[in-house]
Design a protein around this ligand. Structure first.
Ligand SMILES: Nc1ncnc2c1ncn2[C@@H]1O[C@H](C[S@+](CC[C@H]([NH3+])C(=O)[O-])CC(=O)[O-])[C@@H](O)[C@H]1O
Length: 323
């Protein structure tokens, strides 16, 4: 089990004393309610991971824990099988004691697209909402963040994070099994808040932006990444049913509409940093994510459309500040 004491201390130092009083109970409540049949199996995978101290770790240009030479071939095969038992791995890639976890997403490409556009993370307190298994959190630590807190309600992602954290050793990165709705409003705490790949999953995107704003301290920065569509300030797509097979996709604004939403929410200094089409090289099935992926969700004859005939995923990165 990860020791959350340093997290609680950092949050207290930043002024979130009353949240820190609730947090252990919130985490315990999620764990107590576990009706997920795989939970015990995942937990025992994490418990059985080898206790090896990595000869070196890397977080700046990639996420690497240890090297192949740190483990015997036998132990490396055992670790490979244990990590495979946490399939499907969606966010990464990771190199773990010489094992390449080739995840569904090249999440490192998203990081490359944004890293030169954000305020330096050196010594900042960072929140990553909807962080998945924490891939970008490791990169944020590598970029100098003082502490990174990720929250994500998907339990397999939490277990993947716990596995990597255990293998890595001590790190000022925490991923809690919470949704954004479990965080107190108006924390006014974090220097930088990331929301990447989450806005379109929220039924109320304006409320999402206001919640994110409330987590930032005065002068803090929001880094927002979401799916957008082509069009002008009055263009927003609400899929009638599924979008690229996903049932939980709500509003896909144009970049101009998104910027207006952010202005209306009171963000300042709003900058569109990147717009990129998601390619089948960036999101694909691999040995570590053996289910269908983007290629199967696009129109068979026209890759500018999803299989439902809607515009294929185009993703924008926007940064903004609050006063
Ligand atoms: N209520 C919620 N609160 C918080 N997180 C949520 C909620 N609902 C879903 N999520 C989580 O939001 C994440 C969305 S993925 C982005 C991952 C990463 N950020 C990435 O940018 O690669 C989408 C994508 O791949 O674009 C998932 O991990 C969900 O569990």
């Amino acid at each position: 089990m990860i020791d959350y004491t340093p997290l609680y201390r950092a949050l207290e130092d930043a002024g979130a004393t009353s949240w820190v009083e609730q947090l252990p109970g919130q985490i315990q409540a999620v764990l107590n309610q576990q009706s997920h049949g795989d939970w015990d199996r995942w937990q025992s995978v994490v418990d059985k991971l080898p206790s090896v101290i990595p000869s070196s770790n890397e977080l700046i240009d990639s996420v690497r824990i240890g090297s192949a030479g740190d483990l015997s071939t036998e132990l490396q095969q055992k670790l490979f099988d244990e990590l495979q038992a946490l399939h499907p791995w969606r966010k990464g890639p990771y190199q773990v004691f010489g094992i390449d976890i080739d995840t569904e997403w090249r999440s490192d490409w998203k990081w490359e697209r944004l890293k030169n556009h954000i305020t330096s993370l050196k010594n900042r307190l960072v929140l990553d909402v909807g962080c998945g298994n924490g891939y970008h959190g490791w990169r944020m630590l590598g970029a100098g963040a003082r502490m990174v807190l990720g929250v994500d309600p998907t339990l397999l992602s939490i277990m993947q994070f716990q596995a990597l954290h255990k293998l890595y050793g001590e790190a000022a990165l925490y991923v809690l099994p919470l949704g954004i709705e479990d965080l107190p409003a108006d924390l006014k705490l974090f220097d930088t808040v990331f929301s990447m790949g989450v806005l379109y999953h929220r039924r109320s995107p304006i409320d999402h932006l206001l919640e994110l704003k409330g987590f930032l301290r005065s002068g803090g920065e929001l880094v927002l990444e979401t799916i957008v569509v082509d069009g002008g300030v009055d263009t927003v797509l609400l899929p009638e049913q599924r979008y690229a097979q996903m049932r939980n996709v709500w509003f896909l604004p144009s970049c101009d509409a998104l910027i207006v939403w952010m202005q209306r929410c009171g963000f300042k200094n709003i900058k569109l940093r990147d717009v990129s089409k998601t390619t089948i090289e960036e999101q694909r099935s691999t040995a570590w994510m053996r289910f269908n992926s983007l290629q199967d969700f696009l129109h068979p004859e026209d890759d500018s459309l999803t299989c439902e005939g809607l515009p294929a995923p185009l993703r924008a990165i926007v940064t903004a500040n609050i006063d």
